[in-house]
Write a protein that binds this ligand. Sequence first.
Ligand code: 5GP
Length: 181
Amino acid sequence: MTTKEHDSKIKRVIISEQEIQDAIKKAGAEISKEYDGKPLLLVSVLKGAFVFMADLCRAITIPLELDFMSASSYGAGTVSTGTVRIDFDLKHDISNYHVVIVEDIVDTGRTLKEIVRLLKNRNPLSLKVVSLLDKPDRRVVEFEADKVLFTIPDFFVIGYGLDFNEYYRNLPYIAEYDTSK
Ligand code: 5GP
């Protein structure tokens, strides 16, 4: 893909880099306060949440550990397939940790509902979910994150870790993807 083709599909910026960083700073401070003195494990759901995880963990000022897992409910497009696949799992035994799942976006809610169910079965000391974005209009299963940084309408968004066909993850902001033609 040429740079021109790439850029032509970025319809408009929805959340600027500065707005994201300000919200993360606030969330990081809140998490630092809430979990001070507790064994904290941040769990990121790849790949979409990797940028958020990198910034959020650096906004947290207390000791913490990180782990990663991968799940997917989307194929190579903008429409959910309705199934959640765990592609790879955590390395930690989470039973001795307060776990915070760090997610990019809650859309239908299927992915997080399934991941929360799976991880709760492993008896963590506690389990909460922080999501950068939430699209409540799209929900098909009941699910609410404990902390959401931005609530957005039903746009297909790209940037800040979120892709379209693996592109655009490196944009420092959240943009609407141009789904026309
Ligand atoms: P859910 O299971 O809630 O439907 O979907 C969660 C996953 O779908 C997210 O982690 C994300 O990877 C993908 N997804 C949902 N909405 C969007 C979107 O607007 N843009 C992108 N790039 N991915 C999305």
